[in-house]
Every structure is written in C-alpha cells, then in structure tokens.
Ligand binder design. Structure first.
Ligand code: GLU
Length: 551
C-alpha cells in the first residue's frame, strides 16, 4: 500500500466504493440524439429570485423541446445560510409558473435514478471521489489555520501578488503523505484541498453556448473541496453531481463564469467529460438612468412572490421571460398571439448576451394583454384561485354571485380586441366594487366628485333626463343616440366640434354629460363602457342610485 493510499484510508476509513462503482451506478442516460439534460440547482437560502426563475425556465424549456430531462437539485451544503422550508417554497413557486421538474427533489420525496438530489444526502459520492483523489495525489489535507491564511493574505498584499492558496504558497501541498498522516494522528484539524497544476499565465479555451468562445486564465488555486464540517464546496459538489447525474448542459447565472477555469481543471483532472456550459445573462434593472443588477435587497420584483401576491398573469411572467431569453421571440409572438408560447423553439444563438433588462412596464403590458384574452370562465377561475390566497374582498364578491361577477368582468371581453382593464388580479376588486350595492353606498357616503363646471341643478337635470329616456333594451348605438339627443336639449353638444363652433349655444359636450352619469353610477370618472355598466346594474338600481345622489 502506498503512503497516499494510507492517507486516503486514514481520512475515509469507511469508504469502500470506487469511482468505477459510481460510474456503473449512474450510467450514461439513454436519450435520443440532441436531448438536453439540465438541472436547476438552487440553494435553499430564501425565496425564488426572478433571475432564478429565468434560469429554471430556460433549462426546462430546452429539456422539453429536445426530449431531455430537467431536474431539480437542492444545493444545501451551506448550512449557515440555509432557511428552513425554503427548498419546498422554491419548488412550489417554480410550479406556480408551470416550471415543473421531471426528476429530482420534490420536497417530501425524490424522483429519478440519479439521486439523491439533495447535496446533503450525497456525502457517500463526494467522499468516494475525494478518497480516490487523495489516493492519486490529486487532493490533500490542509492544516492551515485561519491565522495562517490571514498571514498569507497579508504577505501577498505586501508583495502585490495574486491572493490565494496556490503554487509556492500552497504550504500543505508540499507535505509528503507520511507528514500529513502524522498530523492527523496527532489530532490536528484539516480540510481537503484540490491540488491544482495550473498556471494563471496560461490560457484555457472554452466555448460557452451563450457567451461564445472564451479565453480564460488557467486556474492555479488549490481550492477547498471538503470543508471542516464534512460538506463539499460548490465547485467540487457541482463536479460530482453534474458528472454522475449525467448533466449535458450546465445552465446557470453568469456570475459563475469566473469560476469556470476551476471547473475546467477539476473535470479534466478527474478525466470526466466536461459538460457544455451556458451562462445566462444577469437580470438587470434601469435605475436612475443606470443599469444595475436586480437586487434582492432593493427591488421587490426580484422575488417571484411579488408577482404571485399581486395576481399577475403567471403566463405573462413566463412570456416576459421568453422575451428576455430569445431576441426573436417577440416577433414570433406577434404572429402567434393566441398560441402556446412553448411552441416557440429556443436557441442558444438567439440569446441576449449582455445583461437582460427587467422592465416592469413591459410585464404590466403583457399581463394586461394576457388577462384580457382569457374567457370569462377562465378569468373567474383564476381570479378566485388568486383571491382564495391573497384577496378576501375579491373572494367575497365572486362567491356572492358568480354569474354576476362574470357578467361584470365580461364587459367587452371575448372579442377580437378585448378591453384591457386589469394588469393583475389585485386590481379587480377596486375596479368593480361599485357594481355591488353595499360598496357603492359606501362610495356615495364618502361623497362624489362631479365636474365643478356644472351646478347641482344641472347635475340633477342630467340624471333625471337620462333616467326618463333610458331604455336598456336598445342596442348600444341606439342607446348612445338617445343619450346624445336628450343631452343636446340640456345644452350638451353631440361632439367637441359642435361646441367649438357654437360656444354660446352649448355648455359642454356629450362627454361631460356622460361623465356626470358615470360619476353618479360608479363614483369614478373612468369605468368600463357605460352602456354595459347600466345593463348590468339594471333600471331599478340606476334609479336607486340617482335618487340617492340627488338626495
Ligand atoms: N447553488 C448555486 C446557486 O444557487 C447553483 C449554481 C449552478 O446552477 O451551478 O447559484
């Protein structure tokens, strides 16, 4: 037995598996040519970030489109930052946007033959690989204390050298195995480092599917692969996981690009085939004319819960993320407005290379558009689903009388160019509450704001005249004509031009008259089409409201 083997056995006495065993246990996947195997690998350290949803969505879409696999792996090795329950929360939030893993971590259970899918359950795999590395001299125990490392940093700063544990500075890499064995037997604490053979003056050449060809400085850092708590670091865990889970493309945020040389060396050293990499653009925000990263701390919309709690169309958020992903998507969408967006094929070539700008106005527009295109039944089901969780007032309105609710939200819906009244379900309650007697009475008791140009007498005259001539069996055009005729007799011109041409004859336009009616009926200066509002309210309620206003 060599000294390296003795050292490996001393550190991992219970590990009897070999890398070969693992290779057999996790065989290459039998998938059709071109099928992409991707994983979404969040850390359970909080909420689902909008940028992470983007990453997950892109991986999911590519897997779907190529007949591949999209798996969820929980990277829970940073126990200090872990937040209880956030793994399940991340999963739930992804699912809300239709991004459902095909394999991996599902909260209370796992699915798939490449698990375990939580890193904290994969110690056997990591330790097997590390034991093999120590045996081959590719990794070694490092006994440097925090103080040693601080002193090293200072020396390097003084000498203006690159910081880190590398080359000559990698003190413990120079220990021969028998010295390391002695230290361990003496009870000295240690971590495990990777023995890099790189030189940062050399370049490596890698191709990123989004960023293109890259020349990066070779890694020379003897990075930590196993921490003192017995858990692996991200770099090392990702090597083992993506290799034995047979990931074909690692899609992850651009912030990992700078670590790529480390990963490149790790894969090569172990003789594992390097997966393909696609580093996705960071989501940016325009702030006071400057671009910056969408920030957990500064931007509420950085958490996907922002959109869920406000009742945005979840399809719209997904659609928006499609526009961020591929530059040719929007054009496709224009000619496929009612199609399933998943019919659009993603390609890496069409990715935005620079930071993608997160534009809330655009999200609002898309959400408005999507909500307007729902049938009244779909809208009601989704609104109720939202209301059940987040909006008791809205829930109450829908449950009072579902048909009445549907008739309200169906105003000028289900047609070629539907009305776009709602950006999100959060807007619905305030927008429609005037249709309900109790809420209307509350609005009225707070006072109505009519145009000050018209005195009380005129307002009363308008309301009574309208009421007398009102016939809701008329079609919209006839109804409007009747209104124009009757209002003209009260001094309201049928249009702006007439008023301009005859300033002495008229006191306002039909627009002013209908505003008076609208304010009296709804408490607001803008509302959906008055004709439909009146039809829904019916004659008796209109009369009741007018009488109360006049009172
Ligand atoms: N756990 C890492 C993160 O949350 C994953 C990066 C990766 O996808 O490889 O950023």
């Amino acid at each position: 037995m060599t000294d390296y083997e003795k050292l490996a056995n001393l550190i991992f006495p219970d590990i009897n598996l070999t890398i070969d065993d693992l290779e057999k246990r996790y065989p290459k996947r039998d998938l059709k040519e071109g099928a992409i195997v991707d994983r979404f690998a969040p850390s359970p350290t909080g909420f689902l970030h909008s940028g992470s949803l983007f990453t997950a969505l892109v991986g999911y879409k590519f897997a779907l489109q190529t007949g591949g696999v999209f798996m969820l792996r929980l990277e829970d090795t940073d126990t200090k930052r872990e937040i209880e329950g956030s793994g399940e929360k991340l999963l739930t939030e992804m699912k809300e946007f239709g991004v459902v893993p095909m394999e991996g971590y599902f909260g209370t259970y796992e699915e798939g033959s490449y698990g375990p899918y939580c890193q904290s359950d994969r110690a056997l795999i990591y330790n097997t690989v590390i034991k093999d590395m120590i045996r081959r001299g590719l990794a070694y125990p490092c006994f440097c204390s925090h103080e040693d490392l601080d002193a090293l940093r200072k020396t390097q700063e003084e000498k203006k050298e690159n910081p880190g544990y590398y080359g000559e500075y990698a003190k413990c890499s120079h220990l021969i195995p028998s010295e390391a064995i002695k230290k361990i037997e003496n009870g000295e604490s240690y971590i495990i480092r990777f023995r890099s053979t790189g030189n940062h003056l050399n370049k490596i050449h890698v191709h990123d599917l989004i960023k293109g060809d890259l020349d990066l400085s070779e890694n020379d850092q003897h990075i930590v692969i196993l921490k003192s708590d017995g858990l692996p670091t991200y770099h090392f865990a990702h090597l083992c996981d993506d290799h034995f889970m047979r990931t074909t493309i690692v899609m992850r945020g651009e912030e990992w690009l700078s670590s790529l040389p480390i990963h490149y060396e790790l894969f090569n050293t172990l003789g594992f085939e390097l997966p393909k990499y696609a580093h996705l653009p960071v989501i940016m925000k325009q702030d006071n004319g400057k671009r910056r990263k969408l920030s957990k701390r500064l931007d509420q919309e950085a958490a996907v819960s922002y959109f869920l709690e406000r009742g945005y169309s979840r399809d719209a958020i997904v659609e928006y993320l499609f526009t961020l992903a591929n530059s040719n998507f929007e054009e496709w969408r224009l000619s496929h407005m009612n199609d399933n967006i998943y019919d659009f094929d993603f390609s890496f070539e069409k990715f935005n290379v620079d930071g993608a700008l997160f534009d809330l106005d655009k999200i609002n527009d898309i959400s408005k558009e999507r909500l307007s295109r729902l049938s009244k039944e779909e809208f009601t089901v989704k609104a109720l689903e939202y209301a059940n969780k987040y909006d008791h007032n809205l829930k109450d309105l829908i449950e009072r009388d579902r048909d009445y609710f549907m008739s309200i939200i169906n105003i000028e819906r289900e047609k070629e160019n539907p009305r776009k009244d709602y950006v999100k379900f959060e807007d619905v309650f305030d927008f429609i509450k005037f249709f309900y007697k109790d809420y209307y009475d509350e609005i009225l008791s707070n006072g109505l704001e009519f145009n000050e140009k018209f005195n009380k007498g005129k307002i009363k005259e308008v309301l009574l005249t309208h009421l007398c001539s009102l016939d809701l069996t008329q079609d919209e055009q006839t109804w409007f004509q009747t209104m124009k005729d009757t209002m003209e007799s009260l001094g309201f011109a049928p249009n702006k031009k007439e008023l301009r041409d005859n300033p002495n004859k008229y006191i306002g336009t039909i627009g002013d008259a209908s505003e008076i009616i609208r304010v009296a009926l709804t408490g607001r200066k803008s509302s959906p089409n008055l004709y439909y509002v009146e039809k829904i309210l019916t004659n008796s309620e209109i009369r009741r409201r007018f009488e109360n206003v006049i009172k």
